[in-house]
Design a protein around this ligand. Structure first.
Ligand code: TRP
Length: 369
């Protein structure tokens, strides 16, 4: 028995990656509308790399949305992508501490471990085994054309590792092991979702069941975040190494000190003008998200109060909004055994799901003995 080689018509070109953005935005909006009507249709998989502690950008950009979808009734799976930490850096850092810090933030934000599976992919052998057949379905040239992998390679001072080149395939295993059809992501992750869909389709074409209406894997679609991008306190991208981050685990006083240092500008009258006044507008956006208010209205309210009043407003808004989260976090930090039990339970449930999927894969490939 022979099967077709990978066809040009389905080749993953750079143009294909770029073209898909507009389509993804439109489709993401459709899905958002569908979610409210029929949440049970979706299984959502999202994940974080445990490379540091979560900050308010993560909170408003993804955590709040995950909790919203979980509470709508979407079947929710959250991955802590620990293997992915070693894609572009040497060593793992204080990884265990970071993994439990993520679990603590998920629970504090309202993720309910009874309804949502929280797991680390390194703990799930059957998930990782999917990588092997998946690697047979994509060419080296396609992997090298992935714009996000290219950008990560450029940002790093290391040569391309085998893992960096192939991690989008590993990410496909993260998504497909549980047959997720919904993946909330930022724009940079769209090429990886494209890879995931191509792998799912090719799997069924090459190894799959006779009935094309019963594919082993569903296509995974992106849910793009519509939350405004939050910048650091200096107006640059939020990153721990720049010291411009408001972490979820900071105390109220640490938050006040960080906002006090925030960069503003020389115009005393406060206005919301993201293009010409990025730093001031960023602070207004943060306050707006915390208070669920329009940043332009907040600007008017501060008016001639200047940077001093603006900073007082932002500090109080953040501390109020995160008060409950931080209290729960402190409580959880005092109960490491509970955090461990949540992850152990999530890993056991993920293992069950992954083994069931791997069995189907083996059957489709006639390798079930
Ligand atoms: N690549 C994602 C990031 O860098 C993390 C991740 C790993 C992920 N596997 C995933 C995200 C699967 C969504 C689905 O943030």
């Amino acid at each position: 028995m022979t099967s077709e080689p990978i066809q040009d018509s389905q080749d993953l070109s750079e143009a294909e990656h770029a073209k898909s953005f507009e389509r993804s935005v439109a489709r993401s909006r459709e899905i958002d509308a569908e979610l409210a009507v029929n949440p049970g249709k979706f299984r959502m998989l999202t994940g974080d790399r445990p490379t540091g502690d979560l900050h308010i950008g993560h909170f408003f950009g993804s955590l709040v949305n995950r909790v919203r979808l979980q509470d709508l009734g979407v079947n929710t799976v959250i991955l802590i992508a620990d293997y992915q930490v070693i894609t572009d850096r040497d060593g793992v850092g204080p990884i265990k501490q970071r993994v439990y810090s993520l679990v603590a933030d998920y629970l504090s934000a309202g993720i309910d471990p009874a309804r949502t599976v929280i797991f680390t992919h390194s703990a799930i052998p059957a998930l990782n085994q999917l990588m092997l057949p998946f690697l047979s379905l994509i060419t080296e040239a396609e992997l090298r054309r992935n714009p996000t992998v290219k950008a990560e390679l450029e940002d790093s001072d290391r040569p391309m590792s085998g893992l960096l080149l192939t991690y989008p395939v590993h990410q496909a295993a993260d998504i497909l092991f549980c047959k997720a059809n919904l993946v909330p992501v930022g724009k940079d992750q769209l090429p990886h979702l494209e890879v995931c869909r191509v792998i799912a389709r090719r799997f069924d074409e090459r190894y799959g069941r006779a009935d094309p209406k019963q594919p082993v894997f569903p296509p995974a679609e992106a849910l793009l975040s519509e939350a405004p991008l939050i910048l650091g306190t200096d107006g640059a991208k939020m990153s721990k190494s720049k010291g411009n981050v408001i972490e979820l685990q900071m105390t109220a006083d640490q938050t006040a000190a960080a906002i006090k240092k925030a960069v503003t500008d020389s115009d005393r009258h406060i206005t919301y003008d993201p293009v010409n006044r990025p730093q001031v507008s960023n602070l207004l956006s943060i306050a707006g998200l915390c208070l669920d208010r329009d940043p332009a209205d907040l600007a008017e309210q501060v008016g001639d109060g200047g940077a001093k009043d603006l900073k007082a407003l932002v500090t109080e808004a953040i501390n109020e909004r995160l008060r409950g989260h931080r209290e729960r976090r402190t409580e959880l930090a005092g109960d490491p055994e509970y955090l461990q039990s949540v992850l152990a339970d999530g890993n056991a449930r993920a293992t069950e799901i992954a083994e069931a999927t791997l069995n189907e894969v083996r059957q489709a490939m006639q390798m079930s003995y």
